[in-house]
Design a protein around this ligand. Structure first.
Ligand SMILES: CC(C)(COP(=O)(O)OP(=O)(O)OC[C@H]1O[C@@H](n2cnc3c(N)ncnc32)[C@H](O)[C@@H]1OP(=O)(O)O)[C@@H](O)C(=O)NCCC(=O)NCCS
Length: 195
């Protein structure tokens, strides 16, 4: 299995992978989120930021096996609203592995590859929402316990996780702020459809 940067000609395979891994309407939403995150990449828009720059705000990696895309992970630029200033941090979302290829270490390999890459670029923090039983294996910790505030009350504390990379400094505490794309597509937290 090879982990490599996603290429333009992987986009359709990546969409299809998310549809299969997440399934149903959720699969379509996630595939749409990936496309929107690429499109809304601040590096390709005219928007300027007051925060320090990440070399490349979006990092997208695929796992390839026998010429097929069997896994994908995306990291995109978000902000931490720290007392001193806004800090550019990354969100890990989404992550998916082909249902036929799960439980073989593909997801873990994608996460580790991505974290190494972001660490080299000086990204100090990576946040995500997910199952702590899975992500704690990759070094993610409960973010609330480390001085970070959730972007939405709808996210359970245990699901809101962070990994601190070598660029992290202790003053970097505060509220994690998703990029507009996550809000526009209503991809923050889970909605309670019973209310
Ligand atoms: C979650 C996912 C990416 C894991 O990929 P993977 O390649 O199977 O993961 P790995 O092989 O690295 O790790 C597999 C281990 O994690 C466990 N695991 C997977 N999802 C888990 C979860 N939600 N909670 C707890 N453990 C989980 C598996 O049981 C397995 O355990 P084992 O090693 O003891 O057998 C994959 O199951 C997937 O694509 N799921 C659908 C999409 C999804 O939910 N993405 C994550 C959104 S936060």
């Amino acid at each position: 299995m090879l982990i490599r940067d996603e290429r333009l000609d992987d986009h359709e395979a990546v969409r299809s992978l998310h549809r299969r891994a997440f399934g149903g309407a959720h699969g379509d939403v996630v595939a749409g989120l990936v496309d929107a995150l690429r499109r809304d990449d601040p590096a390709t828009s005219s928007a300027s930021s007051t925060a320090s720059s990440m070399a490349s705000p979006v990092a997208s990696f695929v796992a390839e096996e026998a010429g097929d895309v069997v896994g994908h992970v995306m990291f995109s630029r978000c902000l931490l609203d720290a007392p001193r200033r806004l800090v550019e941090v990354a969100s890990l979302s989404p992550l998916a592995v082909d249902p036929r290829q799960q439980r073989r270490g593909v997801g873990s390999a994608l996460i580790h590859h991505g974290l190494r890459d972001l660490d080299k670029r000086g990204v100090p923090l990576v946040f995500l929402e997910g199952d702590p039983r899975y992500y704690s294996r990759a070094g993610f910790r409960p973010a609330v316990e480390h001085g970070f505030r959730k972007p939405s009350l709808r996210i359970p504390d245990a699901a809101f996780q962070v990994v601190m990379l070598s660029g992290y400094e202790p003053w970097m505490a505060g509220t994690f702020v998703y990029s507009d794309t996550f809000w526009r597509l209503d991809c923050v937290g889970l909605r309670d459809e019973s209310t």
